[in-house]
Design a protein around this ligand. Structure first.
Ligand SMILES: [Zn+2]
Length: 142
């Protein structure tokens, strides 16, 4: 095919048939993406850790839960108006004890959940457990 013929065909194509071009494409194109949100970690990050005699870790971590205890603290309860709070919980990595099994009476009755103003109690309970627990680090058993 001659160059001149190609030129003529090209002119005819342009003159007769414009392709349908969407000036504002809504489909995602390569390189156009929204960043995905970071997934929540499955294991909460410990705020403080204690070591048992056998090398197991007792970790206190932040824990959000719903409680019927009022803002006045224990033992004031309002079952009509439960509220969500950012409290604490602890767990022994050696024997699986928690505030529910070896905590002070208030948090023990509350499934091992410590209220926001019970940080000192959570830390003390976890440390007391670490002092008396002789469980070994599970990784040492392999
Ligand atoms: Zn333990």
């Amino acid at each position: 095919m001659q160059l001149l013929d190609l030129f003529r065909r090209r002119q005819q194509d342009i003159g007769t048939d414009f392709p349908d071009i969407d000036p504002m494409p809504t489909d995602h194109v390569l390189g156009d993406f929204e960043p995905e949100p970071e997934p929540e970690p499955d294991v909460p990050l410990p705020l403080i850790r204690f070591l048992t005699m056998g090398g197991a870790v007792v970790a206190v971590s932040a824990y959000q839960f719903t409680t019927s205890v009022t803002w006045k603290g224990r033992p004031y309860v309002d079952r009509e108006n439960p509220r969500k709070v950012d409290g604490f919980r602890w767990e022994c990595g050696g024997c699986s004890a928690t505030g529910a099994t070896d905590g002070s009476s208030g948090p023990r009755m509350d499934f091992g959940s410590y209220l926001p103003d019970e940080w000192d109690l959570a830390r003390t309970d976890a440390n007391d457990h670490a002092n008396k627990c002789r469980a070994m680090d599970p990784a040492a058993l392999d």
